[in-house]
Write a protein that binds this ligand. Structure first.
Ligand code: TPP
Length: 338
């Protein structure tokens, strides 16, 4: 792997080794494979509902890569499959949650699929109203600051969600108190069927950061290295006590909004066709190949390993027990004595 003959990808200047960038690529393949498998399971009637992260993998993996496992926290959103994997969730955990099995780590089958959350991975459970997770991340950062703990919180949301009141409140509060939090807006240009021009007056979400008193940057969300660089810088600022950063990653949503939606009803056929040109996985694969890091045999090996892992994960997830009907109201109402 440490092939001295390969051309420079620019990754070494960022402190990444050849092995790191190949691992990032493999993880993109893994996140995509989990996602695709769950669509198949949804179409087969095994999973009720799926919201995809396809097209967001480079942004999510690049941005969460600098985070410290079991130390930093994440308040994700429903497209955060690749981020959740970087934070430690396994394909089996994710598929089990979507199958609403009784021992799913997120909620024991009691949450919407895609509402990632597992204290064991430092991932906060999100709620169905979009944007609540942004307040949770700021709360975690505030708590860490009060306790003097070295913790950075990262949160993600779409550009439609960036217009919610609580997102402004969260960013303003974090700016005032210089909290160690990273706000990631994964701007895919649509809030379900509503295009960007009808959502954001200024067309830049990152530009808003200036009003809150911290830096805002826009990055190409199909480029995992650009996303890594932005995430790393934001993480270092947070640790140094300099406060939040807003990163707007421009991505393409390769699928419909959810398995209940059909984007062909509101996107031009040429635009849907053009999406393939923006798929971050082949884009990164060709960059890695161009500098001699990803040879065809290695790519095939990764794809075979990932396929075997997903096959195994879905088989195990399907064999897990259903939730016990007797626990349907658990955590819904106050319990006697606690
Ligand atoms: C407060 C609230 N309003 C509306 C909805 C319905 N809803 C769910 S997802 C979504 C679109 C959000 O779009 P965006 O934030 O751009 O994220 P994307 O899905 O494009 O990644 C909406 C309107 C909701 N869940 N919560």
């Amino acid at each position: 792997m440490a092939n001295t003959k390969v051309a420079e990808l620019g990754h070494k200047a960022l402190g990444l080794t050849d092995a790191d960038v190949l691992a990032m690529y493999r993880q993109m393949l893994l996140a995509r494979a989990v996602d695709e498998r769950m669509w198949l399971m949804q179409r087969a009637g095994k999973i009720a509902f799926i919201i995809s992260g396809q097209g967001h993998e480079a942004a999510q993996i690049g941005m969460t890569w600098p985070m410290r496992p079991n130390q930093d926290w994440m308040a994700p959103y429903y497209r955060s499959i690749a981020s959740a994997i970087t934070f430690g969730m396994t394909p089996e955990d994710i598929i089990t949650a979507h199958l609403a099995k009784g021992d799913d780590v997120s909620s024991g089958g009691r949450q919407m699929p895609g509402h990632y959350g597992a204290a064991r991975y430092n991932i906060v459970s999100l709620s169905s109203p979009v944007g609540t997770q942004v307040l949770h991340a700021v709360g975690i950062a505030m708590g860490a600051w009060v306790k003097g703990e070295d913790v950075v919180a990262i949160t993600s949301f779409g550009e439609g969600t960036s217009n919610q009141g609580e997102v402004h409140e969260a960013m303003n509060f974090a700016g005032v108190h210089k909290l160690p939090v990273i706000f990631v807006c994964e701007n895919n240009g649509y809030a379900i069927s509503v295009p960007l021009a009808q959502q954001v007056g200024g067309l830049s979400v990152a530009a808003r950061a200036e009003g809150y008193g911290f830096p805002g940057v826009t990055v190409d969300g199909a480029d995992p290295l650009a996303c890594y660089a932005a995430g790393k810088e934001a993480h270092e600022r947070a640790i140094r006590g300099e406060g939040p950063t807003l990163i707007e990653a421009v991505v393409h949503r390769l699928t419909s909004h959810s398995s209940d939606d059909d984007q062909r009803r509101y996107r031009d056929p040429a635009e849907v066709e053009d999406l393939k040109q923006h798929d971050p996985i082949p884009l990164f694969a060709s960059r890695l190949a161009a500098v001699g890091l990803l040879i065809a045999e290695l790519d095939e090996q990764y794809r075979a390993e990932v396929k075997a892992e997903i096959n195994e994960a879905s088989k195990r997830a399907e064999a897990r027990p259903e939730p016990d009907v007797a626990t349907a109201e658990l955590h819904v109402y106050a319990e006697e004595g606690g």
